[in-house]
Design a protein around this ligand. Structure first.
Ligand SMILES: *Cc1c(COP(=O)(O)O)cnc(C)c1O
Length: 972
């Protein structure tokens, strides 16, 4: 007998949800004969690519992992004592496996739907509390992208809040001992908004200079020296100058926190709290400040509130500040941050508690003292009189430095080589006495001396901290219960699982979020992230140790160029919004290079995502809004009129494609042409790239720059609100302006300043996107785009009799997402929010609510959902529609119904006397499948306004709750 053979395991068949048969079914429902017919009816012929993607042949999962491990092995994992804000750390294995490597945590979405996000919200409030306590500040946010951008946000916040005598001041003092990459990011962010940096010695700064409005200091300083900034800060305050301090989080276990010195903001990174260096990221940047600034803090803040039953419940506080509401009035464009990494660092503090954290700090400091002693015994000069973990060694000559570098690298050790004759050594949690001896052996060998200068085998039992008494931390920290409870591994494991179980993530059901593309994050894509060759590299390690990364970057850049048809890619921006900012700064630099300094108008359609206008303002541009017509398309006449009106000042257009309304606008080529004809460039927001890959491309359509949200289109998981990556692609004449970096030279003369702290942003998650492209191949990627369009149109076909679909293309098709109009239901008192909350009772996360149109839901299924899941979602949406019809027909009450009271917790339905006008069964098991597969929301509808009026953003003291832990008493 002859049997036909075929490969048994092709990745694209795992990534794409529906199989051939299901697809045929779905096409029937939509009313087309073939997938190609659907695509032809959906994507305008004028923008279709003529050639298929030219990418390497798709690999199986097994072959990919084999091949990739060979690439990763070209990275050499040395002991890195380079410091500069990146330090080796020990990720507690219980956190590594149960959070970092756990899809229950990493596939969650940003916690907009708070009732099914209580777990990560609690984890984030722990993180905020940790940051507040350690820095000595009154309020902290739930993470920023990195230390450099956190410092820039502080500068921006101070600038917006200038006061008193310095109301109109425009200069910002930066200590020359601030980390070099932070200064680079500050330089990028200062100029466009009219700030001038003054870089100098903080001991000689002239604070009487009336042009200064703020200052930034580093603690301990970049060279490791510890200074008391109390006097500087009080003198600054006397002049109405606001002061930010960038502080090392571990040092604050021993050092007086900047908050106690009077700092107005404290920023930094929590990387060394249990997050691998990852060749630069991702890790959580932190931002803490005074209560007085609580309404102007960048990023997201998690706060406490109450639910409908008066139970304590968390949610994102002060949502009105989000840029999607403030738009061009926003002073920050932060959207995706670093939630997963903030969760990890917060858990690191939960696991270790204040006592062990202090021991970690003390051990690092004690080892540094021993090293200092040993180096002195060998005759070396160390310049830091007071230090925490960093020594600053001055050598006699550059030759000596070179000899030490050679010897160190031969033994697998990296130091910081500063100037010609200095060496910096920063120790970390992973350093032990053996490591110190190995370091001393390097110096001894070069000095021609015996290495036997440290005769001890264990650290002394006591450590004498010799810095000034005023700098020795006396205040307590992390006294809240959560940091003093979960110290055995079992307790820790159960605490994390307890939180995880409160949340809905992709492990439960599809998350149909329009614009955010919650597709499969395949396990094979995730596996390399925690390999030591990927995770344990210092971003400033010498390039001969990072050949693996070099190949990853160059392959990925080439592939992204092929996909976008651009000429060059920068992998530096570490979120979509950062990509926007970077791209606009590139356009700005381009215009300036041609003497067009006055080109500063950004045209932005009214339907744009809020980050677009916010980024434009940060890049120093003036936003002019372009109208959309009643079909949701850009009003081309209005665009043309405005482009011509501003033709001498036009910098660029920012446009999302397909539009945020889920339509491939036919006019896009003309739109780009109009902008080019008037001297502007076209910035494309690539959030909807999942509807382009393989079918069309930004460059093909006419864009000059575009960011790619790798955490949307290219499979990096959302992490509950980060990490992400937002690389930008550009056409040839813009390539020279792509971001550079102060420490690692990555671009030429014309490069703009760094937009992220690390040269390649969050480098260690790039393997995820690499894996996706390598395993899908050009054909698989193109098929994914087609299936994404198929899935969306299938949902549309199934739901449009129940919910009107706003905006479709000329053949009545939607792109990869669609907007369901829910505004009709207001007549019977049902808001779109009620539908979002009712979906929780059915075990689903809501689609995007009220973006880009208020009162609507935007649904994006992605290609990864199989037909069964799409059907389950559609059936649920139809069931909810029936529940609304019951209200419409008068069968159900307008105020007291399953939607208004959603979500229903177990506690709510288990009451003795059920008094609602519907059954308990209808409340929690409205469909049969739920009896077998129920996700129980742990709180009922949360009162956000209450929480905003009574802002509490840290682990509340236990006394804040009454006996039964239920009733919330007045706090704050
Ligand atoms: C997600 C998104 C952004 C912002 O990207 P982040 O990675 O969250 O910063 C910008 N524009 C659109 C249309 C988006 O959907």
């Amino acid at each position: 007998m002859i049997f036909k053979t075929k490969p048994a395991d092709v990745f694209k068949e795992r990534h794409n949800g529906p199989d051939k048969e299901q697809m045929q079914d779905m096409l029937g429902t939509i009313g087309v004969n073939s997938l190609d017919q659907l695509i032809d009816e959906t994507v305008p012929a004028a923008i279709r690519l003529k050639k298929p993607l030219n990418l390497p042949a798709a690999l199986t999962e097994k072959d990919f992992l084999n091949k990739f491990s060979q690439i990763a092995k070209q990275n050499k994992v040395y002991k890195s004592y380079i410091g500069l804000g990146y330090n080796d750390t020990i990720v507690p294995p219980v956190i590594l496996r149960n959070i970092m490597e756990n899809p229950g945590w990493y596939t969650a979405y940003t916690p907009y739907q708070a009732e099914i996000a209580q777990g990560r919200l609690e984890a984030l409030i722990n993180y905020q509390t940790m940051v507040m306590d350690l820095t000595g500040m009154e309020i902290a946010n739930a993470s920023l992208l990195d230390e450099g951008t956190a410092a820039a946000e502080a500068m921006g916040m101070f600038f917006a809040q200038r006061k008193g005598a310095r109301k109109n001041a425009t200069r910002f003092f930066v200590s020359d001992l601030v980390l070099p990459q932070t200064i680079d990011v500050l330089a990028s962010r200062a100029t466009p908004i009219g700030i001038e940096l003054v870089i100098g010695d903080h001991q000689e700064a002239d604070l009487n200079d009336e042009s200064l409005f703020g200052a930034l200091l580093q603690y301990p300083a970049a060279n490791g020296a510890v200074y008391d900034y109390t006097d500087f800060i009080s003198r600054a305050h006397g002049q109405d100058i606001l002061v930010a301090v960038a502080a090392d989080i571990l040092s604050l276990t021993l050092l007086t926190p900047p908050g106690e010195m009077g700092a107005d903001a404290v920023v930094g990174t929590t990387q060394r709290f249990g997050v691998p260096m990852g060749f630069g990221g991702p890790h959580a940047g932190y931002f803490a400040t005074k209560d007085a600034f609580k309404r102007v803090i960048p990023g997201r803040i998690i706060g406490l509130s109450v639910d409908a039953e008066g139970n304590r419940a968390y949610r994102m506080a002060l949502q009105t500040r989000e840029q999607h509401i403030r738009r061009e009035k926003a002073t920050s464009n932060i959207c995706t941050a670093q939630v997963l990494l903030a969760v990890m660092s917060g858990m690191y503090a939960v696991y270790h508690g204040p006592r062990r954290l202090k021991y970690i700090g003390l051990n690092v400091h004690a080892l540094t003292q021993q090293l200092d002693k040993g180096l002195k015994a060998l005759g070396f000069e160390q310049q830091n009189q007071h230090y925490f973990d960093t020594l600053n060694i001055v050598l006699g000559s550059a030759d000596m430095q070179e000899a030490i570098r050679k010897e160190a690298e031969a033994t697998g050790i990296n130091f910081l080589y500063n100037g010609d004759t200095k060496i910096g050594i920063s120790l970390n949690q992973n350093t032990d006495l053996q490591d110190i001896k190995a370091v001393l052996a390097v110096f001894a060998k070069v000095a021609g001396k015996s290495a036997d200068v440290l005769t001890i085998d264990t650290l002394p039992e006591e450590t004498d901290i010799t810095w000034a008494d005023s700098l020795i931390r006396k205040s307590e920290y992390l006294q809240q219960e959560v940091f003093n409870k979960h110290h055995s591994e079992h307790e820790m494991l159960r605490y994390m699982k307890h939180l995880e179980n409160k949340d809905i993530s992709l492990v439960h059901s599809m998350i149909p979020l329009g614009s955010c593309t919650m597709k499969l994050n395949a396990t094979s894509e995730m596996i390399p992230v925690t390999w030591p060759e990927i995770g344990q590299l210092h971003p400033f390690a010498p390039s001969d140790q990072t050949k693996g990364y070099e190949q990853i970057f160059s392959d990925l850049e080439a592939w992204l160029c092929e996909i976008t048809r651009f000429d060059a890619v920068s992998l530096q921006p570490n979120s979509g919004a950062q990509g926007e900012y970077a791209g606009l700064m590139v356009i700005r630099a381009y215009h300036e290079s041609r003497g067009d300094h006055h080109r500063n108008i950004a045209l932005i359609p009214s339907s744009a995502h809020g980050t677009n206008p916010a980024s434009a303002v940060m890049a120093g541009m003036k936003v002019v809004i372009v109208k959309c017509d009643e079909k949701g398309n850009i009003d081309v006449a209005d665009l043309r009129a405005k482009a011509e009106q501003y033709k001498n000042e036009l910098s660029c257009l920012m446009v999302t494609y397909p539009s945020t309304h889920g339509v491939y606008e036919e006019s896009i080529i003309e739109v780009c042409q109009v902008i080019h004809d008037n001297g502007g460039r076209v910035y494309m927001d690539g959030a909807n790239m999942n509807a382009q890959v393989g079918l069309t491309s930004p460059a093909h359509i006419g864009a000059d720059v575009c960011h790619l949200n790798l955490h949307k289109t290219f499979c990096i998981p959302h992490g509950g609100g980060g990490p992400g990556m937002g690389p930008i692609g550009v056409v040839k004449d813009l390539a020279p302006f792509l971001p550079g970096h102060a420490v690692r030279k990555i671009n030429g003369e014309k490069a703009i300043h760094a937009v992220s702290a690390a040269p390649w942003g969050s480098a260690s998650i790039l393997p995820i996107s690499y894996a996706y492209i390598a395993m899908m191949g050009g054909e698989g990627l193109t098929e994914a785009t087609k299936v994404a369009i198929l899935n969306a149109n299938y949902i549309k076909a199934r739901l449009e009799q129940h919910y009107p679909v706003l905006y479709v293309g000329k053949n009545g098709r939607c792109a990869h997402e669609m907007i369901l109009d829910c505004r009709e239901f207001k007549k019977v008192g049902i808001e779109v929010e009620d539908i979002a909350k009712r979906l929780m009772d059915y075990g689903f996360h809501a689609p995007t609510v009220s973006f880009p149109v208020a009162g609507t839901l935007m649904v994006e299924p992605t290609e990864s959902e199989p037909k069964e899941e799409l059907d389950r979602f559609c059936n649920v949406m139809i069931s909810i529609r029936e529940e609304i019809r019951e209200i419409e027909s008068g069968k159900a009450d307008q105020k007291n119904n399953v939607l208004k009271n959603a979500p229903h917790t177990a506690k709510v339905v288990m009451v003795e006397n059920w008094e609602r006008p519907y059954s308990r069964e209808k409340a929690v098991f409205p469909m049969a499948f739920l009896r077998d597969n129920k996700v129980w929301p742990t709180v009922s509808r949360i009162d956000s306004a209450y929480g905003d009026r009574n802002l509490v953003c840290s682990c509340a003291p236990i006394e804040a709750y009454s006996e039964n832990g239920n009733e919330m008493v007045a706090i704050g």
